[in-house]
Design a protein around this ligand. Structure first.
Ligand SMILES: Cc1cc2nc3c(=O)[nH]c(=O)nc-3n(C[C@H](O)[C@H](O)[C@H](O)COP(=O)(O)OP(=O)(O)OC[C@H]3O[C@@H](n4cnc5c(N)ncnc54)[C@H](O)[C@@H]3O)c2cc1C
Length: 165
């Protein structure tokens, strides 16, 4: 598991249900995760933290299956390899709204602002935002799907209003 936040700590703990060993690879020497999440991961005997490290290469065998990763120490630059079968990445989200340029209002992290709050409308009439691109809190499949339904209804009403105008 690569990352140091809540997601990485939570998923590292979860993976111990299936894996005999989980490396928790983080570029710093302490987790950014909340104390409870960090403690849960770090006190799990199957979780081995790998501090001050970034992954520089994923190494596969002839069949294309992962066998090792090369990691680089962020302090002294020394590289070494770890034997792993899978890698999971939890290093944060960047909402994919860049293609809209300056057309829509976004918050400081790039999430599209739904406005008025409680709708899927945006500052641009006729453009509706649904799902993770407008939700920095829940970011779940079911909330995104619900948002999609709300956006469809908002769009339908928008079109109806245009037709009646
Ligand atoms: C590792 C991981 C595990 C997860 N586990 C869970 C879980 O267990 N339960 C859960 O509920 N949620 C989970 N999620 C979250 C869930 O996947 C998301 O909340 C959900 O997929 C968001 O749906 P979305 O439609 O907003 O975005 P996405 O599913 O990301 O869909 C966006 C779509 O838009 C397309 N797109 C992007 N840009 C453009 C463009 N310019 N033009 C056209 N199309 C474009 C993309 O190709 C993509 O198909 C997980 C997410 C991750 C990353």
């Amino acid at each position: 598991m690569i990352g140091g936040g809540d997601s990485a700590a939570e998923e590292a703990t979860f993976l111990t249900r299936f894996a005999s060993k989980v490396y928790l690879i983080h570029r710093r020497d302490e987790l950014r995760a909340s104390k409870i999440m960090a403690d849960r991961a770090l006190t799990n005997a199957k979780v081995e933290p790998v501090w001050n490290a970034t992954v520089s290469e994923y190494i596969t065998d002839d069949k294309g299956e992962m066998t090792r990763i090369r990691i680089k120490d962020t302090v002294d630059g020394v590289e070494r390899e770890l034997e792993v079968k899978c890698v999971f990445v939890a290093i944060g989200h960047v909402p994919n709204a860049g293609f809209l340029g300056d057309l829509v209002d976004t918050d400081e992290n790039g999430y599209i602002i739904q406005q008025p709050a409680g709708t899927t409308k945006t500052n641009l009439a006729g453009l509706f935002a649904a799902g993770d691109v407008a939700d920095h809190v829940y970011r779940q499949a079911i909330t995104a799907a619900g948002d999609g339904c709300r956006a469809a209804l908002d769009a339908e009403r928008f079109i109806t209003d245009l037709e009646e105008a």
